[in-house]
Design a protein around this ligand. Structure first.
Ligand SMILES: [Fe+2]
Ligand SMILES: [Fe+2]
Length: 445
């Protein structure tokens, strides 16, 4: 069945009778009904040709008695061409039995007898028309639903594909971004490490001080469950905390604070402000600058430069202050059992210069960072050239380049990166001393 506009289009009716007078009479009768479009044929064969040209005929009314092809035969063939058309047989009383059989076989919708009663005939045709239109409307709606389902399915698939494409694009961009962030972070760290090397080159009496402080504050930050960003910040601040000392005179750098006069002490204390000012031009280092400024504040409010007290001192600065003090004490105590002795010396500082809340993390962190100071019996010392370095070896003494730049601090455990860096430096600025490393005796064989 072809689709028809069931509301606006006229319903097509085919009248088939070998007696032209009959088709004329029927046409006249049906013409009074506006919504019918009438077609006529004078035989079954003629009727089939009309149906082939007009496949949207909705109602067929055929005479039974016709030469060559009876009405039932014609309607049976018509069913093949227009299966949805409603078929009505016009029959005389003598043919009623055959007509009923045709209805039972499904070839005919109903039969009407000749001569017909106009009103009954019009009513039957109207019912047939309504039946056809209902089926047509039902089919149209079904087709519409199927089309919408298909469209929705295709739309869904397109949407799904688009989401997949976009997700993959976002993932690729994310990977690129992560890689570039990692590279950026790597070169940022290298720059900070280089600056730390400069500080240590200037302050020869405290080799490895900045790196030791950085390592200790990183472990403390981890134990305090600080965020990765805070840990990174704290490590950088640990490396740079004494950057303000670069501008201090050699004379002042070599003196302990207890031997300084008031002018010298003022100059020394200014290293925290100079340190903050030195890196303040770089926006990414602002927060680190704040930690540098306050790393000599005391928990009791007697520190410098701003005499901040207790929790008013940024946590990062309190952490650096504790690590810095322990690191300075370590350089003043004998090497055997140095870590325990230095911690012992801090006993009286908790609650005064140091935040007592950090005591446990400092003590635990110190044992991890300075474990190499307590050399156990199954650890052996070995001297190797840069070529002989292997991952896992631990540096026993600070390692300097030929011109005196501190390359790695005592206690560093070599990994592939550190080995590559030492080899690179050896090519540019060779050093003469062998590298003293520690290794467990089962690794030394
Ligand atoms: Fe300092
Ligand atoms: Fe320091």
């Amino acid at each position: 069945m072809s689709e028809i506009d069931t509301e606006n289009e006229e319903l097509k009716i085919l009248l088939v009778d070998d007696e032209v007078n009959i088709t004329k009479a029927l046409r006249r009768l049906l013409m009074d009904v506006d919504q019918y479009d009438i077609y006529t044929a004078i035989s079954g064969k003629d009727g089939l040709e009309v149906l082939a040209d007009e496949p949207d005929i909705g109602v067929i009314i055929s005479d039974q008695r016709m030469p060559e092809m009876t009405g039932v035969e014609f309607l049976q063939e018509a069913r093949e061409i227009v299966p949805d058309a409603v078929r009505i047989l016009l029959t005389g009383y003598a043919d009623i039995e055959a007509s009923i059989a045709a209805i039972n076989e499904g070839a005919v919708f109903r039969y009407l007898t000749k001569p017909w009663d106009d009103e009954t005939l019009l009513k039957s045709i109207a019912e047939a028309a309504q039946s056809y239109l209902l089926v047509a409307e039902n089919k149209r709606l079904n087709a519409l639903v199927q089309k919408q389902k298909k469209d929705l399915h295709e739309w869904n698939n397109r949407l799904k594909q688009r989401v997949l494409d976009q997700t993959s694009q976002i993932r690729n961009k994310g990977d690129e971004l992560a890689l570039s962030n990692q590279q950026l972070r790597g070169s940022f760290n290298e720059t900070i490490e280089s600056l730390a090397g400069l500080i240590e080159m200037r302050d020869r009496k405290s080799p490895g001080h900045s790196r030791n402080v950085a390592e200790l504050v990183t472990i403390m930050a981890e134990k305090l469950n600080l965020s990765q960003e805070e840990k990174n910040q704290l490590r950088s601040a640990g490396l740079l905390h004494d950057i303000g000392k670069i501008a201090m005179s050699d004379n002042l750098l070599g003196k302990s604070t207890s031997n300084m006069n008031s002018k010298e002490l003022h100059e020394y204390q200014n290293h925290v402000i100079r340190g903050q000012a030195a890196i303040n031009m770089v926006p990414a280092l602002h927060d680190i600058g704040v930690l540098i400024r306050h790393h000599h504040e005391r928990f009791d409010g007697q520190g410098f430069p701003d005499k901040l007290k207790g929790k008013a001192i940024p946590l990062g600065a309190r952490i650096i202050c504790a690590a810095d003090m322990l690191e300075r004490k370590l350089s003043q105590v004998p090497e055997s059992d140095a870590c325990a002795s230095a911690l012992q010396e801090l006993e009286t500082e908790w609650g005064k210069s140091l935040d007592p809340g950090l005591r446990m993390v400092l003590e635990e962190g110190a044992l991890e960072v300075y474990s190499y100071l307590d050399i156990s019996t199954n650890i052996l010392e070995k001297k190797v050239s840069p070529k002989g370095l292997e991952a896992g070896m631990q540096l026993q003494h600070d390692l300097f380049s030929g011109t005196g730049v501190l390359l790695l601090k005592q206690g560093t455990v070599f990994d592939e990166n550190a080995i590559a860096a030492v080899k690179r430096c050896f090519m540019i600025d060779p050093f003469e001393q062998d590298i003293c490393v520690l290794l467990k005796d089962d690794e030394s064989e």
